[in-house]
Each structure stands twice: as C-alpha cells, then as structure tokens.
Design a protein around this ligand. Structure first.
Ligand code: GAR
Length: 268
C-alpha cells in the first residue's frame, strides 16, 4: 500500500460527490484524506459535510468580486504576478470572436478570485484537487499554479454528461432536451477549456420514454458517486498517465490526441 494522498476539494453546491469521496477515504477504498473543502459561495450546502468531520473549509466569494468589478473595475486589483495577455492567449474558454472586454473582465475577476483560493489552499498542501460540483471555470492563472508540472495534471472534475457532448452548466438538462437515448457522466483532468480536458472515466445510463430531467439526474448522480471515487482511487494508486498520441488521416494529415492511460494495478 502506497502513501496516503492528500485531496483538496472545491464545491459550489450540495456536495454529494464530495461525500462519496469522503466515504471512500473513510472505508479505505481510496488511500486518501480530504485536507480542505473550498467553495466559491458561502451558500454551498456541502461545506458542512466537511466541517462536521473537522475538515478545514473556506469560501472565496466570486459573486462579490464580480459585482465589485461591474460597479468599478478599478477596485478589483489583479495579483502582482498577473499577465493578462499571457492568460488570454492560453485560455480556450472563449473563441477568437468573443467580445474582448468580456474576455478581459472574465480573466481579471477569475484571477483575483483564484489568487485568493491559492492563498487559502497554501495552508493545506495537497496531491490532488477534486472539483466536486464546482460551478466556476478555472483560468490558466490558477491551473498553472496547481499543475506545476504540465505533464502531471492534478485537477480532476466530474461533469454530468458524456463529454465531449454537453459541456457547460447543465449537462443533465442538455442531455434530456436533446432527446438522447443514452446519458452519462465523465471524470476528466482540467485543462484550459470548458470541460475539455483528458478523459479519465465515463459511465452511461439508458434514457427511457418515461424519464424526466429529475429521473435522469437521479440515474446520473448514482453513477457519479461510483465513478468519481474510482477515478480518485486510480490517481492515488499512481495508475493514471496522460499520454499524447498521433495518428495519420488518409490524406496524410497528422492528428494528435491526448489519452489518459490506466496503468495495470501493481497487485497483478
Ligand atoms: C453534479 O451533478 C456534478 O456532475 C455537477 O454538479 C453536480 C454537483 O452535485 N457538476 C457540474 O455541472 C460541473 N460543470 P453535488 O454538489 O451533489 O456533488
């Protein structure tokens, strides 16, 4: 049995995925320990799931930073190590056609919030950061300060759809509205885009004639509570390796893809 990994968690809501990971750590399924729970809002009901167990918790109120910026941008001061153009060139959340002022406002407000997150997280060293229903996109400012080795991603996210279908804020709703016959959930490493990072694991459920948004959310969440701990366990066992592969199309063009390889279990 290897070293116990230290897991930080960021949440925005009920925290049922956080609970599933806590339970798996407590039962010994994951050789890990949650070392903090952070939130972007004081209203996250899941915060108390951690505090009840004595896990340190903190809030960085994104909403108030964004409101202050809207009122008077000069009052929202980016961190000293902030480089707007560098961050804009790296992010892939916005397309080249997006309104430059919108992109600028996004990057500044997020970097200010993220610098505060990093300040809080500094007190609790961690090996893996799990986004468990964290409803804020992270900018390159944050990601590159956590992924200090770009080849070793260590921010995971769970998304309520079979990516790359339906990224964004309402995966189950989008799956339902599209009339899909199959829905699912995805755990992936976070990159500079929206729900676009390398996929670690997915689970799928069938959508039947009489399903509603609520019933498919219930089916999906049940799978999420199994999938997320499985993926965290693989990380804790050191079995996730992100590799870049290339292949050639018939017309000779070279394409690249990034795959998370699951290494064999050391027991076998
Ligand atoms: C989950 O369905 C999760 O997949 C989703 O929010 C819910 C959080 O539930 N995450 C996203 O949509 C991220 N874009 P929880 O707070 O009970 O774990």
């Amino acid at each position: 049995m290897g070293r116990t990994i230290r897991i930080g968690a960021l949440i925005s809501g009920t925290g049922t995925n956080l609970q599933a990971i806590i339970d798996s750590c407590e039962s010994g399924k994951i050789n890990g320990k949650i070392v903090f729970v952070g939130s972007d809002t004081p209203n996250a009901r899941g915060l108390e799931k951690g505090t009840r167990l004595g896990i340190p918790a903190f809030v960085v109120n994104y909403g108030s930073i964004i409101r202050d910026f809207k009122k008077n941008p000069a009052t929202v001061v980016p961190p000293d190590d902030f480089d707007l153009n560098d961050l804009i060139s790296k992010q892939t959340l916005f397309t080249a056609h997006a309104d430059p002022e919108t992109v600028k406002a996004f990057i500044i407000t997020r970097a200010v919030a993220e610098a505060k997150l990093i300040d809080e997280m500094r007190h609790y060293p961690f090996d893996l950061l799990v986004l468990a229903g964290y409803m804020r996109n992270l900018s390159p400012y944050f990601i590159e300060r956590v992924n200090t080795d770009p080849d070793i991603p260590r921010i995971m996210n769970i998304h309520p759809a079979l990516l790359p279908a339906f990224p964004g804020v309402d995966g189950y709703g989008d799956t339902f509205r599209y009339g899909c016959k199959i829905g699912g959930c995805t755990v992936h490493f976070v990159d500079y885009g929206e729900d676009s990072g390398p996929i670690i694991g997915q689970k799928a459920y069938e959508i039947l004639e009489d399903d509603t948004i609520d019933s498919i959310r219930a089916k999906g969440l049940k799978l999420e509570w199994a999938l997320y701990p499985e993926c965290v366990k693989l990380f804790a066992q050191g079995r996730l390796k992100t590799v870049h592969r290339s292949y050639e199309l018939k017309d000779g063009r070279k394409m690249r893809r990034t795959v998370v390889k699951i290494l064999p279990s050391p027991e076998y």
